[in-house]
Write a protein that binds this ligand. Structure first.
Ligand SMILES: Nc1nc2c(c(=O)[nH]1)N[C@H]1C(S)=C(S)[C@@H](COP(=O)(O)O)O[C@H]1N2
Ligand SMILES: [Mo]
Length: 412
């Protein structure tokens, strides 16, 4: 028996109970530790910072019903792997189980297959395992920075996180079920229902070749531990390089389809303009769309926060994280003059093409005054980050160069 068997065996006997579930569903937990200013340009910008959500440390509370919890930016400065208890949370409907009986749990595989399956966690744990580092990022991460403002969760940059995922290949499971020749797509759903009569449950689909690419996986562990319930205990789908709208949590149903999924969440929601970068002019009507897919390169300063004062010294250490989208990070550059000149940075260890990568640089300081730092990532396909933000009515796929202003003080 290895450590994952041990880890999952505990909840096979005991339910993973949510002691704090009542607190979560009541109001901002009594443990509200204050307010954080997300510096959003288009509306109220302060949010409560609170601990007390099940399995979670201090988080930025965007919403309670359903829970939308954002990771504070300084967490990303600690490690390229986001701790499970600080990992962001997003649900579409509040109707998800507050406890899951791991012993009774089954994952169904059905539809266009020769042998429909009902898989227990114990069976899943006996299958060949894979491990992969990958960033889970909401399509609407940084939406709160869109100008003009768009409706939806007003996230700053913390609707993302990076973890080491352990699980089984989706392909292996599909091969066991025996996919029929007429299969074109695979649809996924979790244990969550809806809270509105007649509303569509949350479901997403992948094209059959994508589902069978050997990288898409079903994870039962995150950073070596079982998944926090709010992040999808006992298992979730991992779609490396793709926005997390596809990363179905509490995955319980896999249906192989003979036609593309025409359900609400594929046909109506999570669609982007077909233009480069999903960029259109505000107010544009009736533009063609496609389902959102791969992520774009991004990079962030995490060692300094907006408005921070630093003492004048010859060289200022600056650091942060980058992701290449669906490719590895080739280089990260730093500018302190509004993007006119760029300095190379040192890259930290490479944890694979889908992971965050640490970068660090030594910035020479000329004297006191205000400095605007900008950072840009180029991935190993040569794709970089534009200076100008994109705009679309859903607030998806922000990927432009971000800026942080600091104050260099002779007297600080
Ligand atoms: N079952 C289920 N899975 C889901 C969702 C959901 O509402 N229900 N939301 C998706 C979206 S849009 C996001 S951003 C991620 C969030 O993952 P996290 O809460 O683990 O950070 O879950 C995805 N998987
Ligand atoms: Mo999302």
């Amino acid at each position: 028996m290895d450590r994952f068997d041990m880890m999952m065996r505990a909840p096979l006997d005991r339910r993973q109970m949510l002691a704090g579930a009542a607190a979560m569903l009541a109001a901002v937990p009594a443990g509200a530790q204050g307010l954080v200013d997300l510096r959003l340009p288009g509306g109220p910008s302060r949010r409560p910072l609170a601990g007390g959500f099940p399995g979670k440390g201090e988080m930025i509370v965007q919403r309670i019903h359903p829970p939308l919890l954002e990771t504070p930016m300084e967490v990303f400065d600690g490690d390229v792997f986001t701790p499970n208890d600080r990992f962001f949370v997003r649900w579409h409907w509040s109707d998800f189980p507050t406890s899951v009986d791991a012993g009774a749990f089954r994952l169904a595989v059905h539809g266009r297959v020769r042998r429909p399956l009902s898989i227990s966690l114990a069976q899943l744990l006996r299958m060949p395992r894979v491990e992969l580092a990958a960033v889970n990022q909401c399509s609407g991460n940084s939406r709160g920075l869109f100008e003009p403002r768009v409706p939806g969760a007003q996230w700053a940059h913390g609707a993302m996180g990076n973890a080491r995922w352990t699980g089984v290949r989706l392909r292996d499971l599909l091969d066991r079920a025996g996919v029929l020749a007429d299969a074109v797509a695979v649809r996924f759903a979790g244990l969550d229902g809806t809270t509105v009569e007649g509303a569509p449950r949350y479901e997403k689909a992948l094209a059959i070749d994508h589902a069978r690419d050997g990288e898409v996986m079903i994870a039962f562990a995150m950073n070596g531990e079982q998944l926090p319930l709010l992040n999808g205990f006992p298992i979730r789908l991992i779609v490396p390089g793709y926005y997390s709208t596809y990363w179905i949590k509490m995955l319980s149903d896999i249906e192989v389809l003979a036609a593309p999924d025409d359900g609400y969440w594929m046909a109506k929601a999570y669609r982007i303009p077909t233009t480069p970068g999903a960029d259109i002019a505000p107010g544009t009507k009736d533009f063609p769309t496609v389902p959102i897919g791969r992520m774009v390169p991004r990079s962030f300063v995490t060692s300094l926060r907006e408005g921070q004062a630093v003492p004048l010294r010859p060289v200022l250490p600056v650091g942060g994280i980058a992701l290449g989208g669906d490719r590895g990070v080739a280089r990260v550059e730093l500018s302190a003059d509004g993007g006119r000149s760029w300095l190379p940075t040192r890259l930290g260890p490479d944890h694979g093409r889908y992971s965050f990568r640490r970068w660090d640089a030594d910035l020479p300081l000329a004297g006191p005054g205000r400095l605007t730092l900008m950072v840009r990532c180029t991935n190993d396909a040569g794709e970089g980050q534009p200076m100008k933000p994109v705009w679309n009515p859903s607030g998806f796929m922000r990927g432009n160069v971000e800026a942080v202003s600091i104050e260099v003080r002779a007297d600080a």
